[in-house]
Write a protein that binds this ligand. Structure first.
Ligand SMILES: Cc1ncc(COP(=O)(O)O)c(C=O)c1O
Length: 343
């Protein structure tokens, strides 16, 4: 039997409910470019979910969601603060810089993937506000859950947002794993975003059961206006929008997004605690969402790879294991059993 693949949540299949929603949306003709009934309904569904008037822009990828969100928050001469391990900085091939027309990403030191209030305060203090030689503080981008498998608790999000706003900056949240963070903390979508001061959210669904659908969720109408044009210009307004909207609607329907993410989180917790007990394995960060970071002996990495577990040494023996909604306890235990034989 093939082993479960822990390489990434991108390797996971599509949730059945999402596929059924796509099929249901495939009934006869429907207006294009978001004027269809499903896309219109999606606006209200997300409004209910976030307990606020929001504008939702379905997009194809998390990178598009991030780069376009930021393009609406900063002028080309702006500084966008993020953690040094932020996906926008590390893994999006300059998309944020490109779509903002050249704004500068300023990577900040992080701990377990999180930027602290003190770090941000120091960065702003040293930014050279008002000096034409310097890019001007414009936005803060927080990743929730972080690239190190942790979360920002709500008070920390609020403190960071307050500081950013005091300095006239806007706040973006990269929520590629927003569902995992919300499920992990048991916090509402509203509490984790606009109530804490977040202006724009990249709402991830593809890693959590969708086929190819993420969304920009905007809490400020003035920002939404600009995104109407920016999304179109970036080729992110789908002619057959209903099929993308249907995925997003299915994901949030009846709390499915939290159920799927909760399963992934529980499997990561099981994996993390199991691996942490093995000889020679060091757990590098607290496991708070669906990602586990460990340092493993090369023999174990090789052995697990040879057995088909999708385990990759990312340098210095550091391995990231990711769980998705389709991972079951038996899959985790199979990996742990195999790892035990390689201690
Ligand atoms: C934290 C984070 N943000 C954004 C993205 C970008 O998503 P996509 O690959 O769909 O562009 C990823 C993907 O791995 C991610 O991990």
């Amino acid at each position: 039997m093939a082993q479960a693949d822990f390489y990434s949540d991108n390797v996971a299949p599509v949730a059945g409910a999402v596929l059924r929603a796509i099929v249901a949306a495939n009934a006869g003709p429907a207006a294009g470019y978001g004027a269809d009934a499903v896309s219109q309904r999606l606006q209200r569904r997300f409004g209910d979910l976030f307990e606020a008037e929001v504008r939702v822009f379905p997009v194809a990828t998390g990178t598009a969601a991030n780069a376009l969100s930021l393009s609406a928050l900063t002028p080309p001469y702006g500084a966008v603060y993020c953690s040094s391990v932020a996906h926008i900085h590390d893994s999006e091939c300059g998309a944020a810089e490109f779509f903002t027309g050249g704004a500068k990403l300023v990577p900040l030191p992080e701990q377990d993937g999180r930027v602290s209030v003190e770090t941000l305060r120091e960065a702003i203090a040293g930014a050279g506000v008002g000096r034409p030689q310097k890019v001007q503080p414009a936005a803060l981008s927080l990743t929730q859950g972080t690239e190190r498998g942790t979360v920002y608790p709500v008070p920390q999000v609020r403190a960071l947002c307050d500081l950013a706003h005091e300095h006239g900056m806007k706040v973006h949240m990269d929520g590629a794993r927003f569902a995992n963070a919300a499920a992990g903390m048991g916090v509402s979508a509203a509490d984790l975003t606009w109530r804490a001061g977040v202006d724009v959210l990249s709402f991830g669904a593809t890693k959590n059961g969708a086929m190819g659908a993420d969304a920009i969720v905007v809490f400020d109408p003035a920002i939404a206006e600009a995104l109407t044009y920016r999304c179109r210009r970036a080729g992110q307004v789908f002619s057959k929008m209903r099929f993308v909207s249907a995925q997003l609607e299915a994901i949030v329907e009846g709390g499915l997004w939290l159920d799927l993410a909760g399963q992934a989180n529980r499997m990561a917790a099981r994996l993390g605690s199991g691996l942490g007990r093995l000889q020679g394995v060091e757990l590098l960060h607290p496991v708070e969402i669906n990602e586990v970071f460990v340092r493993m002996p090369p023999r174990m990495v090789e052995g697990l790879r040879a057995r088909g577990f999708g385990v990759v040494d990312r340098g210095g023996g550091i391995v990231r294991l990711v769980t998705a909604f389709d991972i079951a306890e038996g899959d985790v235990d199979a990996l742990l059993d195999a790892a035990r034989t390689l201690e």
